[in-house]
Design a protein around this ligand. Sequence first.
Ligand code: GDD
Ligand code: MN
Length: 374
Amino acid sequence: MDATTPSTQDRPELATAPELCVVVPVLNERDNIAPLVDRLRAVLAGIAWEVIFVDDDSTDGTREAVAAIGRQDARVRLLHRIGRRGLSSAFIEGAQASLAPFVAAMDGDLQHDEALLPRMFAALRDDGYEVAVGSRYVAGGGIGAWGRTRAGMSDIATRLSRLILRAPVTDPMSGFFMVRRGTLDAAVRGLSAMGFKILLDLLASLPAPPKLIELPYEFRTRVAGESKLDAGVLRDYLLLLIDKLVGHVVPVRFVLFAGVGVLGIAAHLVMLRLALFVVNFEQAQTFATAVAIIANYTLNNLFTFRDRRLRGRRLVIGLITFSAICSVGAVANVGAAEFLFGQRHAAWWFAGAAGAVMSLVWNYAVSSVITWRK
Ligand code: GDD
Ligand code: MN
Protein backbone atom coordinates (compact mmCIF):
# COMPACT_ATOMS: atom_id res chain seq x y z
CA MET A 1 0.00 0.00 0.00
CA ASP A 2 1.52 3.38 -0.95
CA ALA A 3 1.40 6.52 1.18
CA THR A 4 -1.56 8.05 -0.71
CA THR A 5 -3.91 5.09 -0.23
CA PRO A 6 -5.82 5.55 3.00
CA SER A 7 -5.65 2.50 5.23
CA THR A 8 -8.75 1.41 7.09
CA GLN A 9 -6.84 2.39 10.23
CA ASP A 10 -6.99 6.08 9.26
CA ARG A 11 -10.33 5.78 7.47
CA PRO A 12 -12.39 3.31 9.52
CA GLU A 13 -15.49 4.02 7.40
CA LEU A 14 -13.80 2.23 4.52
CA ALA A 15 -13.94 -1.08 6.35
CA THR A 16 -16.51 -3.08 4.43
CA ALA A 17 -20.00 -3.28 5.83
CA PRO A 18 -21.12 -6.90 6.24
CA GLU A 19 -23.06 -8.47 3.39
CA LEU A 20 -23.77 -11.64 5.32
CA CYS A 21 -24.65 -11.98 8.98
CA VAL A 22 -24.46 -15.43 10.57
CA VAL A 23 -26.65 -15.53 13.66
CA VAL A 24 -25.58 -18.21 16.12
CA PRO A 25 -27.77 -18.79 19.19
CA VAL A 26 -25.66 -20.17 22.01
CA LEU A 27 -26.33 -21.54 25.43
CA ASN A 28 -23.30 -22.94 27.24
CA GLU A 29 -21.15 -23.58 24.17
CA ARG A 30 -17.82 -22.22 25.47
CA ASP A 31 -15.56 -24.78 23.83
CA ASN A 32 -17.28 -24.51 20.46
CA ILE A 33 -16.88 -20.75 19.97
CA ALA A 34 -13.25 -20.51 18.84
CA PRO A 35 -13.39 -23.51 16.47
CA LEU A 36 -16.58 -22.14 14.93
CA VAL A 37 -15.08 -18.70 14.28
CA ASP A 38 -11.99 -20.33 12.75
CA ARG A 39 -14.20 -22.30 10.39
CA LEU A 40 -16.22 -19.22 9.43
CA ARG A 41 -13.02 -17.32 8.66
CA ALA A 42 -11.89 -20.15 6.42
CA VAL A 43 -15.09 -20.79 4.45
CA LEU A 44 -16.25 -17.18 4.19
CA ALA A 45 -12.99 -15.72 2.91
CA GLY A 46 -13.91 -13.29 0.13
CA ILE A 47 -17.33 -12.44 1.60
CA ALA A 48 -17.90 -9.44 3.90
CA TRP A 49 -19.41 -11.31 6.84
CA GLU A 50 -20.11 -10.93 10.52
CA VAL A 51 -21.24 -13.38 13.16
CA ILE A 52 -23.56 -12.49 16.04
CA PHE A 53 -23.58 -14.89 18.94
CA VAL A 54 -26.87 -14.55 20.77
CA ASP A 55 -26.24 -15.79 24.28
CA ASP A 56 -29.00 -16.42 26.80
CA ASP A 57 -26.91 -15.76 29.87
CA SER A 58 -24.70 -18.86 29.68
CA THR A 59 -22.94 -19.82 32.88
CA ASP A 60 -19.93 -21.65 31.43
CA GLY A 61 -17.89 -18.72 30.10
CA THR A 62 -19.37 -18.66 26.59
CA ARG A 63 -19.54 -14.86 26.55
CA GLU A 64 -15.94 -14.56 27.67
CA ALA A 65 -14.93 -16.87 24.82
CA VAL A 66 -16.81 -14.65 22.34
CA ALA A 67 -15.37 -11.46 23.84
CA ALA A 68 -11.81 -12.74 23.67
CA ILE A 69 -12.17 -13.08 19.90
CA GLY A 70 -14.48 -10.11 19.31
CA ARG A 71 -12.03 -7.67 20.87
CA GLN A 72 -9.55 -8.58 18.14
CA ASP A 73 -11.99 -9.06 15.26
CA ALA A 74 -14.87 -6.61 14.69
CA ARG A 75 -16.71 -9.22 12.63
CA VAL A 76 -17.39 -11.19 15.81
CA ARG A 77 -20.28 -9.73 17.83
CA LEU A 78 -22.26 -10.63 20.91
CA LEU A 79 -25.87 -10.11 21.93
CA HIS A 80 -26.33 -10.96 25.59
CA ARG A 81 -29.94 -11.61 26.65
CA ILE A 82 -30.92 -11.91 30.29
CA GLY A 83 -33.99 -13.74 31.56
CA ARG A 84 -34.78 -15.02 28.08
CA ARG A 85 -34.78 -18.40 26.38
CA GLY A 86 -35.48 -19.85 22.99
CA LEU A 87 -33.67 -20.44 19.75
CA SER A 88 -36.29 -18.71 17.59
CA SER A 89 -36.40 -15.43 19.46
CA ALA A 90 -32.59 -15.50 19.72
CA PHE A 91 -32.30 -15.76 15.94
CA ILE A 92 -34.83 -13.01 15.30
CA GLU A 93 -33.20 -10.59 17.69
CA GLY A 94 -29.74 -11.34 16.35
CA ALA A 95 -30.95 -10.78 12.80
CA GLN A 96 -32.67 -7.52 13.78
CA ALA A 97 -29.43 -6.29 15.34
CA SER A 98 -27.69 -6.50 11.97
CA LEU A 99 -28.00 -4.50 8.75
CA ALA A 100 -26.56 -7.19 6.48
CA PRO A 101 -28.73 -7.92 3.41
CA PHE A 102 -28.33 -11.69 3.89
CA VAL A 103 -28.83 -13.48 7.20
CA ALA A 104 -28.01 -17.07 8.14
CA ALA A 105 -29.10 -19.14 11.13
CA MET A 106 -26.64 -21.68 12.38
CA ASP A 107 -26.14 -23.72 15.56
CA GLY A 108 -23.15 -22.94 17.75
CA ASP A 109 -22.18 -26.56 18.39
CA LEU A 110 -20.48 -27.37 15.05
CA GLN A 111 -23.25 -29.79 14.06
CA HIS A 112 -24.15 -27.68 11.02
CA ASP A 113 -21.71 -27.93 8.12
CA GLU A 114 -20.33 -24.44 7.60
CA ALA A 115 -19.04 -25.44 4.14
CA LEU A 116 -22.62 -24.96 2.96
CA LEU A 117 -22.63 -21.24 3.79
CA PRO A 118 -20.85 -19.99 0.63
CA ARG A 119 -23.19 -22.10 -1.52
CA MET A 120 -26.26 -20.75 0.28
CA PHE A 121 -24.90 -17.25 -0.19
CA ALA A 122 -24.35 -17.76 -3.92
CA ALA A 123 -27.87 -19.21 -4.29
CA LEU A 124 -29.38 -16.08 -2.75
CA ARG A 125 -27.12 -13.40 -4.21
CA ASP A 126 -26.50 -14.81 -7.69
CA ASP A 127 -29.38 -17.19 -8.40
CA GLY A 128 -32.28 -15.15 -7.06
CA TYR A 129 -33.40 -17.51 -4.32
CA GLU A 130 -35.01 -15.98 -1.24
CA VAL A 131 -34.34 -18.82 1.19
CA ALA A 132 -31.61 -21.49 1.14
CA VAL A 133 -32.14 -24.40 3.53
CA GLY A 134 -29.49 -26.80 4.76
CA SER A 135 -31.40 -30.05 4.46
CA ARG A 136 -30.78 -33.45 6.01
CA TYR A 137 -33.47 -35.11 3.96
CA VAL A 138 -32.58 -34.36 0.34
CA ALA A 139 -30.22 -36.69 -1.55
CA GLY A 140 -26.72 -36.26 -0.17
CA GLY A 141 -27.90 -35.14 3.26
CA GLY A 142 -28.12 -37.13 6.44
CA ILE A 143 -28.96 -37.14 10.11
CA GLY A 144 -25.59 -38.46 11.22
CA ALA A 145 -25.44 -40.47 14.40
CA TRP A 146 -29.00 -39.87 15.59
CA GLY A 147 -30.66 -42.70 17.50
CA ARG A 148 -33.95 -44.19 16.33
CA THR A 149 -36.00 -42.26 18.88
CA ARG A 150 -34.64 -38.89 17.83
CA ALA A 151 -34.95 -39.78 14.14
CA GLY A 152 -38.55 -40.93 14.68
CA MET A 153 -39.44 -37.77 16.59
CA SER A 154 -37.99 -35.61 13.85
CA ASP A 155 -40.00 -37.56 11.27
CA ILE A 156 -43.28 -37.10 13.16
CA ALA A 157 -42.57 -33.40 13.73
CA THR A 158 -41.86 -32.96 10.02
CA ARG A 159 -45.17 -34.60 9.07
CA LEU A 160 -47.08 -32.45 11.57
CA SER A 161 -45.49 -29.34 10.13
CA ARG A 162 -47.37 -29.89 6.86
CA LEU A 163 -50.45 -28.68 8.73
CA ILE A 164 -49.15 -25.14 8.65
CA LEU A 165 -46.76 -25.15 5.70
CA ARG A 166 -47.70 -24.09 2.25
CA ALA A 167 -44.27 -24.46 0.64
CA PRO A 168 -43.01 -27.96 -0.08
CA VAL A 169 -39.83 -28.40 1.98
CA THR A 170 -38.32 -31.74 2.93
CA ASP A 171 -36.63 -30.40 6.07
CA PRO A 172 -38.71 -27.57 7.57
CA MET A 173 -37.26 -28.45 11.00
CA SER A 174 -33.80 -27.43 9.91
CA GLY A 175 -32.13 -24.84 12.08
CA PHE A 176 -29.61 -24.16 9.33
CA PHE A 177 -30.67 -21.74 6.59
CA MET A 178 -30.04 -18.40 4.95
CA VAL A 179 -32.60 -15.77 4.03
CA ARG A 180 -32.73 -12.44 2.25
CA ARG A 181 -33.31 -9.46 4.52
CA GLY A 182 -36.41 -8.43 2.56
CA THR A 183 -37.93 -11.89 2.91
CA LEU A 184 -37.27 -11.87 6.63
CA ASP A 185 -38.80 -8.40 6.91
CA ALA A 186 -41.95 -9.62 5.15
CA ALA A 187 -42.43 -12.28 7.84
CA VAL A 188 -40.96 -10.76 10.95
CA ARG A 189 -44.14 -9.19 12.36
CA GLY A 190 -46.09 -12.42 11.93
CA LEU A 191 -43.54 -14.71 13.56
CA SER A 192 -44.68 -16.65 16.62
CA ALA A 193 -41.08 -16.72 17.90
CA MET A 194 -41.86 -19.72 20.10
CA GLY A 195 -39.31 -22.38 20.82
CA PHE A 196 -36.83 -23.98 18.43
CA LYS A 197 -38.37 -24.09 14.97
CA ILE A 198 -37.57 -20.76 13.41
CA LEU A 199 -37.50 -21.86 9.76
CA LEU A 200 -40.95 -23.42 10.05
CA ASP A 201 -42.20 -20.27 11.75
CA LEU A 202 -40.68 -18.13 8.99
CA LEU A 203 -42.13 -20.20 6.14
CA ALA A 204 -45.57 -20.29 7.76
CA SER A 205 -45.49 -16.52 8.35
CA LEU A 206 -44.64 -15.43 4.81
CA PRO A 207 -47.51 -14.02 2.75
CA ALA A 208 -46.54 -16.26 -0.19
CA PRO A 209 -44.24 -19.29 -0.57
CA PRO A 210 -40.68 -17.99 -1.13
CA LYS A 211 -38.32 -19.04 -3.88
CA LEU A 212 -36.53 -21.72 -1.92
CA ILE A 213 -33.64 -24.09 -2.52
CA GLU A 214 -32.60 -27.02 -0.34
CA LEU A 215 -28.94 -27.95 -0.17
CA PRO A 216 -27.93 -31.29 1.36
CA TYR A 217 -25.66 -31.62 4.35
CA GLU A 218 -24.82 -34.26 6.89
CA PHE A 219 -25.82 -33.35 10.46
CA ARG A 220 -22.65 -33.80 12.50
CA THR A 221 -22.24 -35.35 15.93
CA ARG A 222 -21.83 -32.98 18.81
CA VAL A 223 -18.35 -33.10 20.36
CA ALA A 224 -18.27 -30.45 23.11
CA GLY A 225 -21.16 -29.26 25.30
CA GLU A 226 -24.64 -30.74 25.61
CA SER A 227 -27.85 -30.74 23.60
CA LYS A 228 -30.61 -28.49 24.95
CA LEU A 229 -33.40 -30.55 23.41
CA ASP A 230 -35.83 -31.59 26.14
CA ALA A 231 -39.57 -32.02 26.77
CA GLY A 232 -39.93 -28.24 26.74
CA VAL A 233 -38.87 -28.19 23.09
CA LEU A 234 -41.70 -30.58 22.22
CA ARG A 235 -44.21 -28.42 24.08
CA ASP A 236 -42.93 -25.29 22.34
CA TYR A 237 -43.29 -27.05 19.00
CA LEU A 238 -46.94 -27.87 19.68
CA LEU A 239 -47.50 -24.28 20.77
CA LEU A 240 -46.02 -23.06 17.50
CA LEU A 241 -48.35 -25.34 15.52
CA ILE A 242 -51.39 -24.21 17.51
CA ASP A 243 -50.43 -20.58 17.20
CA LYS A 244 -50.01 -20.85 13.45
CA LEU A 245 -53.31 -22.76 13.11
CA VAL A 246 -55.63 -20.73 15.36
CA GLY A 247 -53.46 -17.99 16.89
CA HIS A 248 -55.16 -15.31 14.80
CA VAL A 249 -58.49 -16.21 16.45
CA VAL A 250 -57.66 -17.04 20.09
CA PRO A 251 -54.46 -16.94 22.15
CA VAL A 252 -52.52 -20.22 22.32
CA ARG A 253 -52.68 -20.13 26.09
CA PHE A 254 -56.46 -20.12 26.00
CA VAL A 255 -56.43 -23.17 23.72
CA LEU A 256 -54.22 -24.98 26.24
CA PHE A 257 -56.42 -23.89 29.13
CA ALA A 258 -59.50 -25.20 27.35
CA GLY A 259 -57.71 -28.45 26.47
CA VAL A 260 -56.80 -28.95 30.11
CA GLY A 261 -60.43 -28.22 31.01
CA VAL A 262 -61.60 -31.02 28.72
CA LEU A 263 -59.12 -33.41 30.37
CA GLY A 264 -60.47 -32.22 33.73
CA ILE A 265 -64.01 -33.23 32.75
CA ALA A 266 -62.73 -36.68 31.79
CA ALA A 267 -60.89 -36.98 35.11
CA HIS A 268 -64.04 -35.87 36.89
CA LEU A 269 -66.19 -38.55 35.29
CA VAL A 270 -63.67 -41.33 35.96
CA MET A 271 -63.34 -40.30 39.60
CA LEU A 272 -67.09 -39.99 40.00
CA ARG A 273 -67.63 -43.52 38.69
CA LEU A 274 -64.93 -44.93 41.00
CA ALA A 275 -66.16 -43.05 44.08
CA LEU A 276 -69.72 -44.23 43.50
CA PHE A 277 -68.55 -47.74 44.36
CA VAL A 278 -67.78 -46.51 47.88
CA VAL A 279 -69.92 -43.49 48.81
CA ASN A 280 -73.26 -41.83 47.92
CA PHE A 281 -73.68 -39.50 44.95
CA GLU A 282 -73.27 -36.22 46.78
CA GLN A 283 -70.03 -37.32 48.42
CA ALA A 284 -68.78 -38.85 45.19
CA GLN A 285 -69.54 -35.69 43.22
CA THR A 286 -67.78 -33.53 45.81
CA PHE A 287 -64.74 -35.79 45.72
CA ALA A 288 -64.63 -35.88 41.90
CA THR A 289 -64.93 -32.09 41.76
CA ALA A 290 -61.99 -31.69 44.13
CA VAL A 291 -59.88 -34.12 42.10
CA ALA A 292 -60.79 -32.36 38.85
CA ILE A 293 -59.85 -28.94 40.24
CA ILE A 294 -56.51 -30.22 41.54
CA ALA A 295 -55.82 -32.01 38.25
CA ASN A 296 -56.70 -28.89 36.24
CA TYR A 297 -54.58 -26.75 38.48
CA THR A 298 -51.57 -29.05 38.23
CA LEU A 299 -51.79 -29.38 34.45
CA ASN A 300 -52.26 -25.67 33.93
CA ASN A 301 -49.29 -25.02 36.15
CA LEU A 302 -47.17 -27.50 34.18
CA PHE A 303 -48.26 -26.63 30.65
CA THR A 304 -50.51 -23.63 30.20
CA PHE A 305 -48.56 -21.32 32.48
CA ARG A 306 -45.24 -23.14 32.39
CA ASP A 307 -43.33 -19.89 31.99
CA ARG A 308 -44.91 -18.57 35.22
CA ARG A 309 -44.84 -21.91 37.04
CA LEU A 310 -45.63 -21.79 40.76
CA ARG A 311 -43.57 -23.79 43.24
CA GLY A 312 -43.33 -24.34 46.98
CA ARG A 313 -45.52 -22.11 49.13
CA ARG A 314 -46.85 -20.22 46.12
CA LEU A 315 -48.05 -23.52 44.69
CA VAL A 316 -50.38 -23.93 47.71
CA ILE A 317 -51.61 -20.33 47.59
CA GLY A 318 -52.20 -20.73 43.86
CA LEU A 319 -54.40 -23.77 44.42
CA ILE A 320 -56.53 -21.77 46.86
CA THR A 321 -57.03 -18.80 44.50
CA PHE A 322 -57.59 -21.13 41.53
CA SER A 323 -60.27 -23.11 43.43
CA ALA A 324 -61.98 -19.89 44.49
CA ILE A 325 -61.97 -18.52 40.94
CA CYS A 326 -63.32 -21.79 39.53
CA SER A 327 -66.07 -21.86 42.17
CA VAL A 328 -67.24 -18.42 41.14
CA GLY A 329 -66.99 -19.60 37.52
CA ALA A 330 -69.18 -22.61 38.33
CA VAL A 331 -71.83 -20.50 40.05
CA ALA A 332 -71.86 -18.08 37.12
CA ASN A 333 -72.03 -21.00 34.72
CA VAL A 334 -75.12 -22.45 36.40
CA GLY A 335 -76.73 -19.02 36.73
CA ALA A 336 -76.20 -18.10 33.08
CA ALA A 337 -77.33 -21.47 31.78
CA GLU A 338 -80.42 -21.40 33.98
CA PHE A 339 -81.27 -17.90 32.74
CA LEU A 340 -80.92 -18.88 29.08
CA PHE A 341 -82.88 -22.09 29.55
CA GLY A 342 -85.58 -20.82 31.93
CA GLN A 343 -86.11 -17.19 30.85
CA ARG A 344 -85.01 -17.21 27.24
CA HIS A 345 -86.22 -20.74 26.44
CA ALA A 346 -82.92 -21.62 24.78
CA ALA A 347 -82.28 -25.24 23.84
CA TRP A 348 -80.83 -27.25 26.75
CA TRP A 349 -77.55 -27.88 24.92
CA PHE A 350 -77.16 -24.26 23.93
CA ALA A 351 -77.82 -23.04 27.46
CA GLY A 352 -75.44 -25.65 28.89
CA ALA A 353 -72.64 -24.93 26.41
CA ALA A 354 -73.00 -21.16 26.78
CA GLY A 355 -72.69 -21.48 30.57
CA ALA A 356 -69.63 -23.69 30.22
CA VAL A 357 -67.93 -21.38 27.72
CA MET A 358 -68.68 -18.39 29.92
CA SER A 359 -67.11 -19.99 32.98
CA LEU A 360 -64.14 -21.15 30.88
CA VAL A 361 -63.46 -17.60 29.72
CA TRP A 362 -63.93 -16.30 33.27
CA ASN A 363 -61.63 -18.94 34.79
CA TYR A 364 -58.98 -18.27 32.16
CA ALA A 365 -59.09 -14.49 32.31
CA VAL A 366 -59.13 -14.24 36.10
CA SER A 367 -56.67 -17.01 36.92
CA SER A 368 -54.16 -15.61 34.43
CA VAL A 369 -54.12 -12.29 36.28
CA ILE A 370 -54.46 -13.61 39.85
CA THR A 371 -53.20 -17.19 40.19
CA TRP A 372 -50.50 -16.98 37.52
CA ARG A 373 -49.92 -13.24 37.49
CA LYS A 374 -46.66 -12.10 35.88
N1 GDD B 1 -29.55 -18.32 22.84
C1 GDD B 1 -30.01 -19.56 22.98
N2 GDD B 1 -31.11 -19.76 23.79
N3 GDD B 1 -29.42 -20.58 22.35
C2 GDD B 1 -29.93 -21.82 22.53
C3 GDD B 1 -31.03 -22.09 23.35
C4 GDD B 1 -31.64 -20.98 24.02
O1 GDD B 1 -32.62 -21.11 24.74
N4 GDD B 1 -31.28 -23.43 23.31
C5 GDD B 1 -30.34 -23.95 22.49
N5 GDD B 1 -29.53 -23.00 22.04
C6 GDD B 1 -28.39 -23.14 21.10
C7 GDD B 1 -27.37 -24.18 21.44
O2 GDD B 1 -26.35 -23.67 22.24
C8 GDD B 1 -26.88 -24.56 20.05
O3 GDD B 1 -25.94 -23.64 19.58
C9 GDD B 1 -28.11 -24.46 19.18
O4 GDD B 1 -28.96 -23.55 19.88
C10 GDD B 1 -28.83 -25.79 18.96
O5 GDD B 1 -29.13 -26.40 20.20
P1 GDD B 1 -28.96 -27.96 20.43
O6 GDD B 1 -29.45 -28.28 21.79
O7 GDD B 1 -27.61 -28.41 20.03
O8 GDD B 1 -30.04 -28.46 19.38
P2 GDD B 1 -30.13 -29.85 18.65
O9 GDD B 1 -28.83 -30.28 18.11
O10 GDD B 1 -30.89 -30.82 19.46
O11 GDD B 1 -31.16 -29.38 17.52
C11 GDD B 1 -30.77 -29.13 16.25
O12 GDD B 1 -31.58 -29.86 15.38
C12 GDD B 1 -32.81 -29.32 15.07
C13 GDD B 1 -33.36 -30.16 13.98
O13 GDD B 1 -33.92 -31.30 14.49
C14 GDD B 1 -30.74 -27.65 15.91
O14 GDD B 1 -30.04 -27.53 14.70
C15 GDD B 1 -32.01 -27.04 15.65
O15 GDD B 1 -31.77 -25.72 15.13
C16 GDD B 1 -32.70 -27.88 14.63
O16 GDD B 1 -33.96 -27.33 14.45
MN1 MN C 1 -26.96 -29.50 18.52
